[in-house]
Design a protein around this ligand. Sequence first.
Ligand code: BGC
Length: 446
Amino acid sequence: MEAYLREIESLFTPSKEKLKELTGIFQKELEIGLVRRDGMLKALPTFVYNLPSGMESGKFLTVDLGGTNLRIGLVELFGSGRFTIKKDSVVIPETLKSGSGYGIFNFIAENIEKFLEHPEIETELPLKLGFTFSFPVQQESLAHGRILGWSKEIECNDVIGMDAVALLQVALHSRGLEIAVEALINDTVGTLLAQVYRDKKTKMSVILGTGSNAAYVEQCSHLTKEENESNKVVTVINIEWGSFGDGANFLPTTRFDALLDEESKNPGIQRFEKMISGMYLGEIFRLILLEAVENGLIRSTGWTISKPYGIKTKQMSNFHESYILGAVEECKSIANDKFGLFILDDDLKYVSRLCELISLRSCYLCAVGITAVHRHLLETSLISAKEMFSVALDGALYQRYPNYSKILQDLVCMMDGKEEEVCRIILVMAEDLSSIGAAAAIAAQK
Ligand code: BGC
């Protein structure tokens, strides 16, 4: 097992040179994405031109469709960065994820109706709704955008090319709900706007959840592939960084990444996301363990290990955390019950190291994206070298994977080359805020 682990270690640890190379390519691709529609990084316009001042107010309904959950909220903004939210969350049924897209939009409308019937939700229709839609969309205005494709193993291809707002609006009207969808935003954009509402220094946001992506504040004059509204100075760009590396071969992928990609619902697509996000880390872990079982290095006790996506990142995270805490029995029982493996006490350290290597690589790649955006903004003078660069982060991987947030913070400082001086990149936890951003997006347009 030790020799096997050494091989995995070398495969999963990108060198300093590689990280430098990737950061350079990322910055270049981002700059291409701003001027061309067919770039590797989509750098999608969001039509958000008015950043929240923090003084916005009003009551808004919000819906957030992610890769795992649907969240519905009633948000009230009070100004001075203050807000309240009453919210509910439902798991998106697996059956809807590969059926007709209309099913998903009806599911959203049905759950909004249920939410509004809840006795604690004291509000009256009509209401304005901010729609957080965490998939790539080509926006045509703040409240219109065509679905470019799905990600995170969702496959409802019949609605690709259609307007996500119109689909939701029709589903709401068919239930007689007087709700007007007034903003369509990506979850990264929602997180960014919510954090700007609380702290104007925020310039970027990153989601590390089921999927991964980032958004940032850009100068309108740099976004030359689109016509910007006249007189507007800054806007928000949804990078859609999950597609970094698609169609090229510079990512430090391994045989496990190749296998995962081949067997995924979108082969060749979202290669960067497949190395970073919560949807996939557990699966990479499973593929390595499966190879170790096949090589006779670990004993399997059940079928979980041969079932695609049989190990969830959350379980891998629980295992890793238990190991760090020295809870040997807990580790063995997770391995037995969740992974279908019998692991000898002496081998626990190797399996835990595997978890560490996979999560560390995710951190490294995420740090590449953050550092590249920071450099782009420095070189194009949107921020100065002395300025603090505040990045809002959200998503279960960032919030809950053991040591992830701390390691990522250390890495961005290291890669920014500011180990000895004060590090100017500050990562801030912005937990579950994208709905606040959706409400602020509507309020800030007034
Ligand atoms: C989607 C992005 C989203 C990210 C995080 C990715 O799969 O393409 O639009 O922001 O997941 O939820």
